[in-house]
Write a protein of this length. Structure first.
Length: 211
């Protein structure tokens, strides 16, 4: 905790002071984020840092495994994620949604563990069920993988399947129909610092070039 407390003082003195005008505008006018960024809770994945964005730029949703439960007429299933998606798309009018998986993801590895492994933590098993389809796709399409390869492929396939879930939301369908929303599948490699993007034309993840 000492580290965090020292950090908030340092933040106020250095970062906040240097960006005083930006914070004043954000406080006065509210947030107008460009993008909804959905990623894993993993401490090594830092959306603002990897996109080099500023406060106010990203509306962020994080959870173990960057799962997006499909739209449900009967909340509360997946309500936290669902409410954030609806708010970002319909009220904040974000122009882009990024779903970003990452290498060495603990949630992807956990998908392959026996569910009674999590008996003492009863919310984890049901949450991981949102990755069941991902596991099935990986097992069906990539039978011959080493364990490490399998985790990487799982994280990438998972991003694509969560985007399918995202597209079940009426607000997402409407915004896409009106041409004001684009959805992107990203994958962050912790060890190299590279961010890969899925190319629907070439059906693969590839490095993002500067445009
Ligand atoms: Zn993760």
């Amino acid at each position: 905790m000492q580290k965090l407390i020292a950090g908030i003082h340092h933040f106020r003195k250095e970062y906040w002071s240097a960006n005083r005008e930006l914070y004043r505008r954000l406080a006065e006018h509210g947030q107008f984020p460009e993008a909804l960024f959905i990623t894993c809770s993993d401490a090594r994945v830092t959306p603002m840092a990897i996109t080099h964005t500023q406060p106010g730029d990203l509306f962020v949703v994080r959870n173990m495994g960057n799962f997006i439960p499909p739209f449900s007429e009967n909340p509360p299933e997946g309500t936290g994620v669902a409410a954030s998606v609806e708010y970002a798309v319909e009220h904040l009018k974000v122009r882009d949604i990024v779903v970003c998986g990452h290498s060495d993801c603990g949630a992807m590895k956990a998908l392959y563990k026996e569910r009674d492994h999590f008996a003492a933590t009863p919310h984890i098993g049901p949450w991981l069920r949102h990755g069941d389809r991902t596991m099935k796709v990986v097992k069906a399409n990539y039978p011959e993988l080493s364990r490490e390869e399998r985790y990487g492929i799982t994280a990438k396939e998972n991003v694509l399947l969560q985007i399918e879930n995202l597209r079940t939301y009426p607000v997402v369908q409407k915004a896409a129909r009106e041409g004001r929303l684009h959805v992107h599948a990203w994958y962050f490699e912790i060890g190299t610092g590279r961010v890969l993007r899925y190319s629907p034309e070439r059906e693969q993840f590839e490095p993002i070039r500067e445009e």
